[in-house]
Every structure is written in C-alpha cells, then in structure tokens.
Design a protein. Sequence first.
Length: 203
Amino acid sequence: MQPFRTLTSLAAPLDRTNVDTDQIIPKQFLKRIERTGYGDFLFFDWRQTPEGAPVADFVLNDPRYKGAQILIAGKNFGCGSSREHAAWALSDFGFRVVIAPTFADIFFSNAGKNGIVLARLSEEQVDQLLKNAQSTPQYQLTVSLEEQTVSDGKGFKASFEMDPFRKFCLLEGLDDIGLTLRHAAALDSYEKEHDHAGWLKAK
C-alpha cells in the first residue's frame, strides 16, 4: 500500500447523496478473481447508457476532471452492502481521497485498509467545495494527512478527524498484511519455539 502524507490534486465533484456500493461497483463485476482492474467499472451504470454510450454530463466523463485523485461527494457515501470491491474500484481508478460529510461505517473501514483517505467535513464545507469544483477551472485541493487538513490555496481550509491507528497505517502505507509482516521476526521465533517444544514432547 502506498504511504499517504500530502496530496495536491484536481478535485472531481460528485454532487449526490447516499451513493451506495452497488453504484460504486455494480454486482455483476464482483465475480472477477483479480483485485485489480475494477477502475474500469467504477460508477459503471452512471458513466454509460444501457446501450453503452458515455453519459456526457457525468462527472467522470467530463474532460475537465480527468486525472482527479480527490472525489467530493454528498453525505452517507459508501452505504449499502459491505463489498470491499468498492474501495478497490475507487483506488484502481486513481482516487486517493474522498471528501464527504458522512460515510458508511464498513466502507470507511474498507477504504482505510486500501490506502484511501476519507475526510469528513461539515455539509456546509462540502457544499462549498462542490460549488468551487464545479465553477472553478482546474480546481485543486491539498489534503494533508499529517495535519489533517483540506485546503485550496484560495482561502478555504478545514480540519478533519482521523483515528490515530488508521492515520498511522495510512502514513506508513500498511494494510493488514503489512501490519502482520512488521512482526515477522517475532512470528518466526514463536514458530521455531513451538516446533521445538512439539519435538521435545514427541520424544
């Protein structure tokens, strides 16, 4: 997992509330075996018509927001089923930060474990950022995990809360496997002692 400290990026406004995980990554794509490649299917039903034509006014099809790594959305983002694929799709598409007033609890956990910073700001602050991103060409935000702030260099600055343990993992780029491997030496030592004790008992 890539460590996160500070990111300055174009911000894409997804002015919708209650964005559920089935919209983030529809269920027909959950059969894939790989953990990569889900970005192609992010918001699949919103990005194209039933005939497969791109929806021109959907934010991710708008060339103004091409390459954005920060997504701004309405409250209750990531609600619905607990599929971790939603975090995989956002990450694979290139998003490293999602800003919203509230997030579903399970999605919040899944996103953090996959290197995505979720910044909870007030509804008023998010509304301001949505308007700025919609009206200001090449609107960029800077998200500092170390300072726990979101700013735009034009006068907007807000702080967000972050659990200290999740913050540590994101700063260090540690997922669940990475956390376990930090104790590899102790685990190896335990295994050797366990095997030796079993050998003595067998004698």
